[in-house]
Design a protein around this ligand. Sequence first.
Ligand code: HEC
Length: 129
Amino acid sequence: MNVKHIAPLRVTAMLLAPLALAACQVEQPASYAADVKPVLDQYCVKCHQPGGSGFEASGFSMQTHADLLKGTHNGPMVIPGDSMGSNLIVLMEGRADPSIKMPHGNSEKVAQFQINKIKTWIDEGAQDN
Ligand code: HEC
């Protein structure tokens, strides 16, 4: 057999292997206690708790699972099963107006892999797990 015809197949296999690995990582279940709360505690809770500017302006506390699912005065920010439609994610990814991107101001940005974990958790039902 002509070697030239085999080589491209090997290259394809090498390119697909990391993709398969990445797909497996996305399917790891996410947990509120391990993947969501620590991120919110680090980046959001200082403003989103009674006395903080975010809570005072919008009524949105992120101290507990119940607070997080309750949302703002205007309604839920997390829609279980629908991460793309959840305003929590819309704001964290800066898909709304950049001036209301969360976290606010000059606060350090949340890493995309952490946002992805929160999205997985929402898509899996946003449980208190
Ligand atoms: C420095 C303070 C501060 C930090 C940190 C902060 N927020 Fe906010 N947040 C606010 C304020 C103030 C508002 C009120 C609305 C506005 O000014 O945009 C708000 C409003 C919100 C709202 C409601 C928007 C609406 O439609 O009413 C969401 C959702 C939100 N924040 C999510 C987050 C998330 C998620 C984080 C962490 C990644 C975070 N915030 C970190 C200050 C903060």
